[in-house]
Design a protein around this ligand. Structure first.
Ligand code: HEM
Length: 433
């Protein structure tokens, strides 16, 4: 019996996709053309890279919940699986569940009250270097904030003195796991990433060793992992997973937030008005973060338009069927958060930035799995609550203390390890009186 894969784009859609690709300089624009022609399940073949693409609420639920055991997260040939080894993100089955349970307490909502003070502290530390009227690349500045926060909270280590030394290694590591030659060529040369990867590893092994010696019963992730009896290698895999998954995503989210606020001064003014009303000049706390409802809408809408993790990738374990199509064993299947968030079937005027979509009265009737910036099902993002409170506190603090004007240069949606605004978000920063 012949296999009926989800349909491939027509020659005309191929031409339109190529035009979109050249105009927007990103593959997502081409995928939007394919989805418009073919719907929520299609296949394509780009130089031998031939995944099945799924999007929309039904497909997302199918992959993330109903048939989740038929998809493996770990694809051994992907650089991210090789790098993270037995990290919670790239393990499956009982091994994954055990790791996730071990890490959960350090990310519990209760811990956020402890972390909030550090969200603010590291924001202030980074902005202290800004001079009035200077133009800064907020993509870089937000990466500094996110790295200091991640290491300061989850590892309870001050990263300040190591940040500049490790910066080039971190950037090399992120490039190493970004889409690249490996997608088309299994044995593609890995480039010269080894020294960079070793430098980050060495840092992680050092802090594990120090914590073993201190053995101070802390509740942060590093202390919890050390106390769990895992060996150094397994702890390194979890720390590296969190180091990457927990900072690169927040970097992209914060950079896109500032970019969109810069493009929409009316939204920035309304968000700032809310911050000023509730904070009354005092530093943001977990309590008043909950009152910043419009800011939450701005965050939600930013994550809709520019979801830092724009897709989840899986390997099909056993032959499956979805809506009459065959999904054959061994094939790669991606669920696309980006396409789901931008489909006109589920979102009116999907390309328009409109935070009001997320006001409670406008959210009624939205189908589950049409909005999923943090994935879904039992393997959704373990850091979702952390990331959202982090975004609110950092942003509230920035709006409280600075005015921002966006440089008009064009920004491109770029698929790095996350979806990033490239070449950067240049903004003039002015201290508020
Ligand atoms: C805006 C920020 C973030 C976004 C948009 C985001 C998005 C996601 C998504 C979509 C997934 C599921 C991927 C899939 O289905 O293949 C995921 C998983 C994960 N995220 Fe996040 N994330 C963010 C922040 C964080 C933070 C702050 C941490 C750690 C503190 C974190 C750690 C993880 C881990 C460990 C997983 C794997 C969970 C598992 O497999 O059990 N993420 N994230």
């Amino acid at each position: 019996m012949s296999t009926k894969l989800p349909p491939q784009p027509s020659a005309q859609a191929g031409r339109l996709a190529l035009t979109a690709l050249l105009r927007e300089k990103n593959l997502l624009a081409a995928l939007e053309v394919f989805r418009a022609e073919l719907g929520d399940a299609f296949s394509f073949n780009l130089l031998g890279f031939d995944p099945i693409m799924l999007s929309g609420p039904e497909a997302n639920r199918f992959l993330l919940v109903e048939q989740r055991d038929q998809f493996s997260w770990r694809i051994p040939t992907d650089p991210v699986a090789k790098l993270l080894r037995k990290g919670v993100l790239v393990t499956d089955g009982a091994e994954h569940d055990h790791l996730r349970r071990a890490m959960q307490p350090a990310l519990h909502k209760r811990m956020l009250t402890v972390y909030v003070e550090m969200f603010r502290h590291y924001t202030d530390q980074v902005t202290a270097a800004w001079q009035d009227g200077q133009t800064r690349d907020l993509l870089i500045e937000m990466r500094r904030v996110a790295l200091l926060i991640l290491v300061g909270t989850l590892f309870r280590v001050d990263f300040t003195s190591d940040l500049d030394d490790l910066w080039p290694s971190i950037m090399t590591m992120l490039k190493h796991i970004s889409p690249g030659l490996w997608m088309f060529w299994t044995n593609a040369p890995a480039g010269n990433a080894a020294p960079a990867l070793n430098a980050v590893d060495q840092y992680l092994y050092d802090i594990i060793q120090e914590r073993r010696e201190e053995n101070d019963g802390g509740e942060d992730l590093l202390s919890v992992l050390v106390a769990s009896g895992m060996d150094d290698g397994l702890i390194r895999d979890q720390l590296l997973t969190m180091f990457i998954a927990g900072h690169d995503t927040s970097t992209a989210m914060l950079a896109w937030l500032l970019y969109l606020l810069g493009k929409h001064p009316d939204v920035m003014a309304r968000a700032r008005g809310e911050v000023d009303t509730h904070l009354k000049g005092e530093p943001p706390t977990i309590e008043n973060a909950a009152q910043l409802r419009y800011l939450q809408c701005v965050i939600d809408e930013t994550l809709r338009l520019y979801p830092p993790i724009h897709l989840g990738t899986r390997r099909i374990i056993n032959d499956l069927q979805f809506q009459g199509y065959d999904l054959p064993e061994g094939k790669r299947a991606n669920y696309s958060i980006y396409l789901t968030h931008r489909s006109p079937e589920y979102w009116p005027d999907p390309g328009v930035f409109n935070p009001d979509r997320f006001l409670p009265e406008n959210e009624r009737g939205r189908q589950p799995y049409t909005y999923l910036p943090f994935g879904g099902g039992p393997r959704n993002c373990i850091g979702a609550a952390f990331a959202q409170v982090e975004a609110k506190i950092v942003l509230a603090r920035l709006l409280q203390t600075f005015d921002f004007t966006l440089d008009p240069a064009r920004v491109h949606v770029t698929m790095g390890a996350t979806l990033e605004p490239r070449p950067g978000v240049m903004m003039t920063v002015r201290k508020r009186g």
